[in-house]
Design a protein around this ligand. Structure first.
Ligand SMILES: *Cc1c(COP(=O)(O)O)cnc(C)c1O
Length: 399
């Protein structure tokens, strides 16, 4: 049956694609060896650097984020290499499983999923590694399965404090364009990104931002690679081209997305995400439900995972919301399946979209018969209105 009105896509990626980006991609397929393509290629390859905050190359793959995970590992490491990974949640676990399949020897620091990285634990492990057998530290910036964000600057400091030469690789698939990230300033060697979350694009592009140190490591890395090879990319990218057919129409979208983020201002983009995240947590508390992330310093600005009351099915609740209000919420993954649902508040998103989202959750709690208190959406709206009027007052005082 036809559902009237707009579907609410409130999973933490893929996210809503703004009309402006859809229009930018609505172009005839182009010749990817033509002079016009070279200009587009240059524009996105340069523009991407301003989003990763790096001076070195950003390689762009026609692949989902998983491809860029693989590219990061196979370009820098050799069979049997020992790498340190950290169990922040489902995505960190998948990256680790990939490392095993690729013939690496990952050591997985255990985490309890309700918090992000513990920099002290990483520092202690690196201090112990006197022989420097650990070749890379691979971590997830924003763990999309749990809604915990880690401080990558602190991980850099931990590695430096231990005097350890390992490469630092960071998955920013659900933080880039939503939560501040600084590839160069934080001394990250390979940053992994994807198109369909904070960058507001459809799925299909992924990224490696690469440091000089990582480029040097790639010269001696022995893992087999072909499609993902940085060498081939770097040579073609010099003139704005790619070694194989790029996802041309997505690149039009990427150019538009980069422009849009700079028009708003990256700091304003990050502040907007922080504000919607705060409003969402106020709603969750007012419902008398629990935010899954336990460490307030690590609350994610791009999504909130909500713990269901004991004995209630998160997937049953999500089904009610989808069927009744045409809204998709994120599911709990692997060991927290059916125990949490996730509200995505990232990408192209504003106050009224959040108001609709939280209203849908609150009505869904009613319809599904989940024990809760009323007034969560109202609590979020009060916060948003107070915050907006403070900002207006400050602006008029300044004027
Ligand atoms: C979405 C996501 C991935 C997986 O990306 P795909 O595009 O689905 O391959 C990996 N890591 C994190 C943190 C994610 O949010």
């Amino acid at each position: 049956m036809r559902q009237a009105g707009r579907h609410f896509l409130q999973i933490p990626g893929p996210t809503n694609v703004p009309d402006r980006i859809l229009r930018a991609m609505d172009m005839p397929t182009m010749d990817h060896r033509s002079p016009a393509f070279g200009l587009l290629g240059k524009r996105v390859l340069d523009g991407a650097k301003s989003i990763f905050k790096c001076a070195g190359p950003v390689f762009i793959y026609p692949a989902s984020g998983t491809g860029a995970w693989e590219a990061a590992l196979v370009n820098t490491l050799s069979p049997g290499d020992h790498v340190l990974m950290y169990e922040t949640g489902h995505f960190a676990s998948l990256w680790k499983a990939m490392a095993v399949r690729l013939g690496l020897d990952p050591e997985f620091v255990q985490g309890d999923w309700r918090a992000g990285l513990d920099a002290a634990a990483i520092e202690a492990r690196l201090r112990d590694d006197k022989a420097h057998s650990i070749k890379a530290v691979c971590v997830v910036h924003n763990e999309t399965s749990t809604g915990c964000t880690s401080r990558i600057d602190e991980i850099r400091k931990a590695i430096d404090a231990a005097g350890h030469p390992a490469l630092l690789m960071v998955d920013t698939i659900s933080s880039l364009g939503s939560i501040d990230f600084r590839h160069d300033e934080w001394g990250v060697d390979v940053t992994v990104g994807g198109s369909q979350k904070g960058l507001m694009l459809p799925p299909g592009l992924s990224f490696n931002a690469v440091s000089e140190k990582a480029l040097r490591a790639s010269k001696n890395a022995k893992l087999t690679r072909s499609f993902w090879s940085w060498d081939e990319m770097a040579t073609a990218n010099e003139k704005g081209y790619f070694p194989y057919t790029p996802a041309t129409n997505l690149l039009y979208g990427l150019a538009e997305a980069i422009d849009m983020m700079h028009e708003e201002g990256l700091d304003n983009v990050f502040a907007r995400h922080a504000r919607h995240s705060e409003a969402t947590r106020r709603a969750v508390h007012a419902w008398n439900l629990e935010v899954f992330c336990k460490n307030p310093r690590q609350f994610s600005n791009s999504l909130t995972a909500v713990l269901m009351p004991e004995g209630q099915s998160a997937d049953g609740f999500r089904r009610v919301v989808a069927e009744t209000f045409d809204m998709s919420l994120g599911n709990g993954l692997s060991k927290i399946a059916d125990k949490v649902f996730r509200i995505g508040h990232l990408g192209d998103f504003n106050d009224l979209m959040l108001a609709g989202t939280l209203s849908g959750v609150e009505m869904g709690l009613d319809v599904a018969g989940i024990p809760h208190k009323k007034g969560g959406a109202a609590a979020a709206l009060s916060y948003l209105a107070e915050d907006a009027s403070e900002k207006r007052n400050r602006r008029s005082e300044a004027a």
